[in-house]
Write a protein that binds this ligand. Structure first.
Ligand SMILES: NC(=O)c1ccc[n+]([C@@H]2O[C@H](COP(=O)([O-])OP(=O)(O)OC[C@H]3O[C@@H](n4cnc5c(N)ncnc54)[C@H](O)[C@@H]3O)[C@@H](O)[C@H]2O)c1
Length: 450
């Protein structure tokens, strides 16, 4: 099929490249000329494991192209995917400016080419319930009533870090439409992607829109539940990691998203929880549980930093703090809404000096902090003369470090582990003062800090 993808960021680029990989002819449109220039020149713009190879192959074969020209891409396509940003507005509601302005442009384009043929406009962005109708109206107001098109809600469930795998072999594809013609066309398009045991679930537009928010909010709820529970464990001397194992093995609960830590971040969970909260309030059916999910998440960062401060008895000025990990999770360079920012701001406010290391995300953090912090070339480089190490992102390369070398490099052997990646008993053996989350019962030595 001929497809257009509008918005060539994390979702759009993965969508475009993966559709091309399955033999479709794809034009990816972006209004950022730099994105189009780089991608056309063979320079990938995001870090996503496995994407570079697919992108290079399909670019060379001419199956995917990059353009600023929306009109050319829309007119050539049977299916137009909207992969545009939906950032939170001031009141938490998703800002639909990008989606609706592109819908309006598409309407204008189609009105000039009445013979363009049937089009399916697919909303892949995460949007509040009722957006399909708005997109439909924004296009319809331009075109003749005989012009044939459908607007479909097809939320994307890919996970950054596993995006290629998720797109090429999805657990499910949700198609929200009342149109059999659109459902059948999209089912055909997705057919080569659906592994055995997975399904295409067709539903109405509104249910599809809510499905995406429900999925992300449920995942956020699991994380906040575990963080709340971790604090309870600290209070009663239980080990949250044992409990995680104990409940994660229950198939009704599942293992995923049960890790206590610094809380969720990224471009999706925080904004989607807020947007669903707002939609529910507006509908007069508040989802009160999500209020707590969000509050716990924000409090978790504050509590973690209070522990750092408490360890040093509030005397942070002049301390050297090493930070391992900046990305909101491993295997991505995405730092949007990453928990690390709260920590960096607090450390700088307290006049500590900070040296950070991340395998992929440093350039984004450098753009924000400039020379207010130091940037190491390696994880060990960040530890030179450090009074403490804070582990923020659980990249694999941080999991089994050379603890002897770490101790030699650091001025004080103090670790605050925001992801529970080390074993408290081993840390004690190595002589570290080790703080983690929900495992206070194992951190006796840390309690005897200076
Ligand atoms: N990132 C994820 O993991 C993920 C997963 C599932 C769903 N989503 C949802 O998908 C949507 C896109 O997310 P993303 O992370 O890909 O965003 P992104 O910011 O990485 O990409 C958006 C792209 O759209 C481009 N753009 C903006 N306005 C445009 C316009 N008028 N015309 C053409 N291009 C335009 C931007 O330049 C940018 O390249 C959001 O609604 C998000 O919530 C994201």
């Amino acid at each position: 099929m001929n497809a257009a993808v509008v918005g060539t960021g994390y979702v759009g680029l993965v969508t475009g490249v993966c559709l091309a990989e399955r033999g479709n002819q794809v034009v990816c449109v972006d209004n950022n000329p730099e994105v189009v220039r780089r991608l056309s020149a063979g320079e990938i713009t995001i870090y996503e494991p496995g994407l570079e190879d697919l992108y290079q192959r399909n670019l060379k074969k001419g199956r995917v192209r990059f353009s600023e020209d929306l009109s050319e891409a829309v007119l050539a396509a049977q299916v137009v995917f909207l992969c545009l940003p939906t950032p939170p507005g001031g009141d938490g509601a998703a800002d639909l400016r990008y989606i609706l302005s592109v819908a309006d442009e598409i309407g204008t384009i189609l009105s000039r080419s009445p013979a363009a043929g049937y089009k399916v406009i697919v909303d892949k962005s995460t949007v509040p319930v009722g957006t399909s109708e708005k997109v439909d109206a924004a296009i319809r107001k331009h075109v003749d009533s005989t012009f044939e098109f459908d607007v479909v809600s097809n939320p994307e469930f890919l996970r950054e870090g596993f995006a290629v795998e998720d797109f090429l072999r999805p657990e499910r594809v949700v198609i929200g439409t009342g149109s059999e013609r659109a459902a059948s066309l999209l089912s055909d398009l997705y057919e080569p992607f659906i592994p055995e045991g997975s399904s295409v679930i067709v539903m109405d537009e509104k249910s599809a829109e809510v499905t995406k928010y429900a999925a992300n909010s449920f995942l956020a709820m699991k994380i906040s539940f575990m963080n709340d529970l971790a604090n309870f464990c600290d209070a009663v001397g239980a080990d949250v990691e044992k409990i995680r194992e104990g409940i994660g093995t229950d198939s009704r609960i599942g293992r995923a998203y049960l890790s206590p830590g610094l809380g969720y971040g990224g471009s999706c969970l925080p904004k989607d929880v807020r947007a669903l909260l707002k939609s529910a309030q507006d509908a007069g059916a508040p989802l009160t549980i999500l209020q707590s999910v969000e509050e716990i998440n924000l409090e978790q960062r504050r509590r973690f930093y209070r522990n750092v401060e408490a360890h040093f008895r509030g005397r942070m000025e002049g301390l050297r703090v090493a930070v391992w990990g900046l990305a909101f999770k491993p295997n991505t360079d995405d730092v949007r809404d990453a928990p690390v920012f709260f920590l960096l701001d607090e450390l700088l406010e307290a006049k500590a000096s900070v040296c950070v290391f991340d395998p992929e995300a440093t350039r984004h953090v450098r753009a924000r902090y400039g020379d207010r912090i130091d940037y190491a070339e390696s994880s060990y480089g960040a530890l030179q003369g450090a009074d403490a190490l804070v582990v923020v992102t659980e990249w694999n390369e941080f999991r089994k470090p050379d603890f002897g070398l770490m101790k030699n490099l650091m001025r004080q052997p103090v670790i605050f582990d925001g992801r529970n990646i080390y074993d408290p008993a081993r840390m004690r053996e190595w002589g570290f003062l080790y703080h983690s989350i929900g495992r206070k019962s194992h951190e006796a030595q840390a309690a005897a800090a200076p």
